[in-house]
Design a protein around this ligand. Structure first.
Ligand SMILES: CC(C)(COP(=O)(O)OP(=O)(O)OC[C@H]1O[C@@H](n2cnc3c(N)ncnc32)[C@H](O)[C@@H]1OP(=O)(O)O)[C@@H](O)C(=O)NCCC(=O)NCCS
Length: 146
């Protein structure tokens, strides 16, 4: 198992993982291509048995102290094997290397796996955001100092 920067050829696998993982607010090919072309992001994949098994996307803004973990997902059959943890650690390392003082993210408060993952990595709950997702459900914002 290893984590590496994504290549153009990984986009199809990433979108398939995204479609399986989320009901709403999915990353589309168009959005992903737009984000990548701006260059102020890091897209990582975890590779297991030579296949892309998960991804993490970190966004940066010029002059901002915070990096934002915009998305993280592992394909269903590979969950619970430590791949999410590997991706999160790699995302934090990229953000640290790019000089971010902290990394933030939003998650559905009912997403127990994600909440446990973030909590156990030292993220702190910052606040509840109002209607946030496309279906108007709320999100929690989490932050971790780097
Ligand atoms: C959240 C997600 C990325 C975690 O990836 P994963 O590879 O399954 O996670 P790991 O195996 O590395 O587990 C890391 C920790 O996450 C938590 N966790 C993972 N799966 C869990 C589950 N089903 N229930 C509760 N906690 C869980 C645990 O704290 C676990 O640590 P532990 O094994 O020491 O208890 C994965 O479940 C996923 O892709 N979910 C769908 C997409 C998603 O919700 N992404 C987050 C959106 S903000």
């Amino acid at each position: 198992v290893r984590v590496r920067a994504a290549r153009a050829a990984d986009v199809g696998a990433i979108l398939a993982i995204e479609d399986e993982a989320f009901r709403t607010d999915r990353l589309t090919r168009r959005k992903l291509v737009r984000l990548l072309s701006r260059g102020n992001c890091a897209l990582l994949v975890v590779v297991a048995r030579r296949e892309v098994a998960g991804y993490a996307l970190v966004l940066f803004r010029r002059g901002a102290a915070s990096a934002r973990l915009y998305g993280i997902a592992v394909r269903a059959p590979d969950r619970g094997r430590g791949l999410g943890r590997r991706l999160l650690r790699a995302a934090e390392a990229v953000a640290r290397r790019r000089g971010a003082a902290r990394i933030t993210l939003e998650t559905d408060p009912s997403n127990e796996a994600a909440v446990r993952l973030y909590r156990s990595h030292g993220f702190r709950l910052v606040r509840r955001l109002g209607p946030y997702y496309e279906d108007s459900s709320p999100a929690d914002r989490w932050s971790k100092g780097l």
